[in-house]
Ligand binder design. Structure first.
Ligand SMILES: *Cc1c(COP(=O)(O)O)cnc(C)c1O
Length: 474
């Protein structure tokens, strides 16, 4: 029998020798009294201890590795609220410098010293801001023309990230989805234009489609839209959701026109915390020129040595990410970003080649335009196999790898794919280890005598849902 009054423990006791460590962690109510920082630390730490190592999380697009100086800078700025610009004016200037740098990476034609853009908490907020601005510009045009503006819509491929569903639902806007198909693995431009009408305020083109890693063809879209607008008198513009591509294209494909070099591209958003190489909590949106940012969305301040325009959904927000982004720009420079992105691309291409060599698998696409590889089981193999990619996901998780399996969106929802993100921190050596673990797992699965539950469910056509992953962009 353990005596409950045996001892209480004090600050001198080892955390693991204290009473507090025998109590369950609070779930519903705040504990009655305090405990020591050591015990509190240990309890919080331990609760997250059994999770995977972030660098083994190949499901996420978000940065899981930064160097020591970046980490130090960000930790040192952890107590700074970005919105307190009066107190921390240099952070606001630094933010605006980052907007300038990003805008110029995307070939902004804007002549103003401070380019028109906004800091965001991620691409989701950045996409919302881009979308809202396009919607408001359309409202203005409709008002001027004396036409109704109560039925707005935008057009996007079904490979959209969930933020666009939120955008449509939260602001009561119709989202017109262009289905993906085996022939059209990215935005089908003809189909997209057929969906446009006078109430369409923009087409969203994606650079780095969350589900597949592919890029919509923006140059062709721009040309087709130019013709469409001339013929119809509509002014449908393009917002680019470049959550991934925004920091890949300028370094890897500088010749490729997808950005402000194109006529109808009026706004672009990206995640600083994806291939901008900064820890989570950072997004950017840039407009082609000040005139495309509706005045009532912006808040102008002039204490930065010039007029600086601010836009955002949130008020308070962390400043540390800005320091991390600006550090990366200085530390890496164009050449350094290119080196990092080049390596990620090379590792993705290597993985793509190796996974294609498995008799069981076929890549979703022959191309690897972003450091993302998506593959599926060959239909003829799946037919006789006793397992599915969901079982492979579970096997790999036993080795710590987070590699999601998921069903594709409407129209091709029967297709189950698997995907890895090759980010900074996923080395060639780790890639070989992963391939080794996949090989071993596939051998074990191939030796199964009876079908797995997911295989049986697939046979019965039960929609399969991955248990543990939010694949839609995280
Ligand atoms: C990740 C992603 C988003 C959402 O970005 P967050 O930075 O996670 O808010 C939006 N669009 C695409 C295409 C994405 O890949």
């Amino acid at each position: 029998m353990i005596d409950p009054n045996y001892r209480q423990g004090d600050a001198k006791s080892d955390p693991f020798g204290q009473d507090a460590m025998l109590k369950p962690a609070p779930v519903e109510k705040i504990p009655d009294g305090p405990t020591t920082p050591q015990v509190a630390y240990q309890m919080v730490k331990d609760e997250t201890f059994a999770q995977t190592q972030p660098r083994l999380n190949l499901a996420t697009f978000v940065t899981t590795y930064m160097d020591e100086y970046a980490t130090k800078l960000m930790n040192e700025a952890i107590n700074i609220n970005y919105i307190d610009e009066t107190e921390y004016p240099r952070v606001a200037v630094m933010c605006q410098k980052c907007i300038n740098i990003v805008a110029n990476l995307w070939n902004s034609p804007e002549q103003n010293k401070w380019k028109t853009g906004a800091l965001a908490i991620g691409s989701s907020e950045a996409c919302m801001l881009g979308g809202i601005a396009a919607w408001k510009r359309w409202i203005e045009r409709r008002k001027k023309a004396g036409k109704p503006y109560d039925k707005p819509n935008f057009v996007i491929s079904a490979g959209y990230q969930v933020v666009w569903e939120k955008f449509a639902t939260l602001w009561n806007i119709e989202m017109r989805q262009v289905p993906l198909s085996k022939e059209h693995t990215t935005l089908d431009i003809d189909a997209a234009l057929k969906m446009c009408d006078e109430n369409t305020f923009c087409i969203v083109a994606i650079q780095g489609v969350t589900w597949t890693g592919l890029n919509d063809d923006v140059e062709a879209l721009d040309a087709a839209l130019d013709k469409y607008n001339a013929e119809t008198g509509n002014e449908v513009c393009i917002h680019i959701d470049a959550a991934t591509g925004g920091f890949i294209l300028p370094f890897i494909y500088p010749e490729k026109k997808w950005d402000f070099r194109l006529k109808w591209v009026l706004s672009i958003s990206t995640s600083g915390h994806k291939f901008g190489l900064v820890y989570p909590g950072l997004g950017w949106v840039v407009w082609k020129d000040k005139q495309y940012l509706p005045a009532d969305m912006s808040f102008t301040v002039d204490y930065l040595g010039a007029e600086v325009t601010q836009v955002g959904l949130n008020y308070s927000r962390p400043a540390a990410q800005i320091l991390g982004q600006y550090y990366n720009f200085i530390r890496l420079g164009f050449e350094g970003y290119k080196n990092v992105q080049y390596n990620s691309m090379q590792i993705a291409k290597y993985f793509h080649e190796q996974i294609s060599a498995f008799p069981e698998f076929v890549p979703y696409s022959p191309e690897v335009p972003n450091p993302i590889v998506t593959w599926l089981m060959k239909p003829e193999v799946q037919k006789d196999a006793k397992w599915t990619l969901y079982d492979l996901q579970d096997k790999l998780a036993q080795h710590g790898w987070m590699v999601p399996a998921y069903a594709m969106p409407v129209n091709i929802q029967n297709m189950v794919v698997m995907r890895i993100l090759c980010k900074q921190g996923f080395s060639r050596d780790m890639c070989d280890e992963l391939l080794h673990d996949i090989k071993a797992a596939v051998a074990e699965l191939n030796a199964l005598e009876y079908p797995t539950p997911t295989r049986i469910a697939m046979e019965k056509n039960v929609p399969l849902v991955s248990k543990s992953f939010n694949h839609t962009g995280k």
